[in-house]
Design a protein around this ligand. Structure first.
Ligand code: ZN
Length: 130
């Protein structure tokens, strides 16, 4: 579990203060390799690369979570239209938002900040923090 003092400024902004990174700014939005996307704070598994797709929005996008318990869903009324905020089911770190305009089979789009996640390459074992 990463402590606050071990986090970068952008990780604190996004993970703890529910901020949003600039689109196309993270390391993982165009990551194509096979692997596991984990919470950057507690390393719980969140998404697998098979469910990642290019939404063209500049943030890593997935159509399905790795398990129902992996993600916590909250109503977010910060904008004029209500949104669903997504957080890590284990440590409550902010991840991004869930939208209903994703591809089949789910029709869902998990729009996730790159800095909220750490990618684990299944072949090399390399970990890349977003
Ligand atoms: Zn977590």
């Amino acid at each position: 579990m990463k402590k606050r003092e071990e986090m970068t400024d952008i990780q604190v902004h996004v993970c703890l203060n529910q901020g949003t990174e600039y689109p196309f700014s993270g390391k993982l939005f165009d990551q194509q390799k096979k692997g596991l996307y984990r919470c950057v704070v507690c390393h719980s598994p969140l998404f697998v690369s098979d469910t990642k797709f290019d939404a063209g929005c500049g943030w890593p996008s997935f159509f399905e979570a790795i398990s129902p318990e992996a993600i916590r869903y909250l109503d977010d009324y910060k904008l004029s239209h209500p949104r669903v905020e997504i957080r890590c089911g284990q440590c409550d770190s902010h991840l991004g938002h869930l939208f209903q305009d994703g591809p089949p089979p789910t029709g869902l789009r998990y729009c996730v900040n790159s800095v909220s996640m750490a990618f684990e390459d299944v072949e090399s074992g390399e970990i890349i923090e977003g």
